[in-house]
Write a protein that binds this ligand. Structure first.
Ligand SMILES: [Cu+2]
Length: 476
């Protein structure tokens, strides 16, 4: 028999969670079933000077004064109640990336809520389930790229994996030139003759979406390599890494020199543990990976030369306790096994409804970007893209064909999906919420549309999203 979760209980009862713990509520009776806590968090969004370790302070947009914002860590089943205060010069929202929250809590401006205006507040409240590694971030304009993001970790009631130490690694790209921020770097780009936001007359179109900035710095947990504190480990330890990529426009092929990484979760969902030498992490993706500390030394955390602007860069360091030498060990591997979706197998879990026979399929071509800041789905720019209408409970398939020269990490709100082409050994496909569709490549996802509402589906390159690569899936 299926246990009645708080979410389904509330659905049946037709009330909001706010009333659940009111002593006057008749639903007080169910207290024993729902004995979890309410976790209150307060996030104030504001413009703040930050130094990411370059020695040059610039104005970032921050939660509670820091970029990234504070890590939110709760237990599965807790109710998370977040009060957002907006001290920014424009409207904002928070999206709980990957978490299948009720639609009105999803934080997409003009789709699930009105933007929270300057000086105003909004309370987000939802049940923290299922457990996993998530990220919260602003979903308004270019705010994610100004620093408005943080880790959201939901710990399971019963941890099945054993590890000695745990680190969260949030990867980010920064444009710090000309005072920082997306517009500043765009000016730099236009000046350097690479700009495509020019109209035929030579005038810049003020309404056009911004071009992807020229990033000059990359950080882990808000600090560049030369300023980042080392991740310290002790010989013999098993270390859990929660690797999260909230970058606006950078994919990483992440490598920890001297070590392999055993992937245990993709976008928070468990997989059959699989060991790789480097991890390909697209925008919006999360990987939990375990590292065995069996190779003492001082090691670079870096990205492989993969053709991306971040390729070949040092991002941080892994240092064993007791190592006093300041020189770094050489990474002796020359060939790297890089993660790919088809290498992974899913495992049985109760949180995600398994896909049955497909009721409805949508084909989407992804294109744009050539001499243009606009990006399209089936040739259309959001909000003029076609709405995808499905009936609750239907099994749905999205098929992508990428006709552009850029990769597109496609993210679906409100649902986990199964990745076609994975699960080749066990027959159980991996579950994710963000899938990289490679340049000139293809991919497909399948899922049960079990969460009613209007859900945004978009490329998680912020500049592609702002340039139109988005549509709405209506589950009703
Ligand atoms: Cu894209």
């Amino acid at each position: 028999m299926r246990k009645l979760t708080r979410r389904s209980f509330l659905k049946h009862a037709g009330i909001g969670g706010v009333f659940l713990l009111s002593s006057a509520s008749p639903f007080r009776l169910v207290e024993d079933v729902f004995s979890e806590e309410i976790r209150e968090v307060s996030l104030t969004a504001a413009v703040t000077p930050v130094d990411i370790g370059t020695g040059r302070t610039f104005m970032a947009w921050t939660y509670n004064g820091t970029a990234p914002g504070p890590e939110i860590r709760v237990k599965e089943g807790d109710t998370l109640r977040v009060t957002l205060r907006n001290n920014l010069p424009e409207g904002t929202t928070i999206h709980w990336h990957g978490l299948p929250v009720p639609n009105r809590m999803d934080g997409v401006p003009d789709v699930t809520q009105d933007p929270v205006q300057t000086g105003a507040s909004f309370i987000y409240e939802f049940e923290a389930t299922p457990p996993g590694t998530y990220v919260y971030h602003s979903h308004a304009s270019y705010q994610l790229d100004r620093g408005l993001y943080g880790a959201l970790i939901i710990e399971p009631k019963q941890e099945e994996r054993s590890y000695d130490r745990e680190y969260t690694l949030l990867l980010d790209d920064w444009a710090t030139v000309d005072g920082g921020g997306p517009e500043a770097s765009r000016q730099g780009r236009v000046r350097s003759g690479m700009g495509t936001g020019m109209m035929g007359s030579g005038q810049q179109d003020p309404e056009a979406p911004l071009l992807e900035p020229l990033y000059d710095e990359y950080t882990i947990n808000g600090k560049v390599f030369r300023a980042s504190p080392p991740f310290t480990v002790k010989r013999g330890e098993r270390v859990r890494l929660r690797i999260i990529n909230p970058s606006a426009a950078t994919l990483y092929t992440l490598r920890i020199a001297g070590h392999s990484l055993t992937v245990t979760h993709t976008d928070g969902r468990p997989v059959v543990p699989f060991t790789v030498d480097a991890l390909r992490v697209g925008m919006g993706e999360r990987y939990d990976a375990e590292l065995t500390a069996n190779n003492p030394g001082r090691w670079y955390i870096y990205t492989l030369r993969d053709g991306s602007p971040a390729g070949g860069r040092q991002l941080g360091s892994l240092v064993y306790q007791g190592i006093t030498a300041t020189s770094f060990n050489n990474d002796t591997l020359s060939r790297f096994r890089v993660s790919e979706y088809r290498l992974f197998d899913g495992v049985e879990e109760t949180y995600v409804m398994p896909v049955s026979t497909i009721d409805r399929a949508f084909r989407m071509t992804l294109s744009g970007g050539v001499m243009s800041p606009y990006w399209t789905i089936n040739g259309k720019v959001y909000p003029d893209t076609d709405t995808l209408s499905v009936i609750p409970g239907e099994s749905v398939r999205f098929e992508y064909s990428n006709l552009s020269m850029a990769s597109h990490p496609m993210h679906l709100h409100g649902h986990f999906f199964e990745v076609a082409g994975s699960g080749l050994s066990t027959g159980i496909r991996i579950r994710k919420d963000t899938l990289i569709i490679p340049s000139m490549g293809s991919g497909a996802i399948e899922f049960v549309a079990d969460n009613p509402g209007d859900w945004l589906h978009h490329c998680h390159n912020l500049y592609h999203h702002a340039g139109g690569m988005a549509n709405v899936m209506k589950v009703a």
